[in-house]
Design a protein around this ligand. Structure first.
Ligand SMILES: [Zn+2]
Length: 69
């Protein structure tokens, strides 16, 4: 039996996250296949300020958050 060989162009997928520091307002980006979650802490590479992250447009708002308020 002949071994099946993939003939496709393979691609990994990743997201590019663009962060804007809540302190110094500088930005940086990170391309990764991991998923950043709201509230996760991250240190600004510019000023070192460590804060939780939040998605800018808020469309990641899970139901439990709306129910709390
Ligand atoms: Zn900063």
């Amino acid at each position: 039996m002949e071994k099946y060989v993939e003939k496709y162009h393979e691609f990994p997928s990743e997201k590019i996250y663009h962060f804007v520091c809540g302190e110094c307002k500088n930005w940086w980006s990170h391309a990764t296949d991991m998923v950043y979650r709201r509230g996760q802490n991250m240190s600004c590479p510019h000023c070192g300020e460590k804060r939780g992250i939040v998605k800018k447009n808020g469309d990641e708002n899970p139901r439990w958050e709306r129910d709390v308020t």
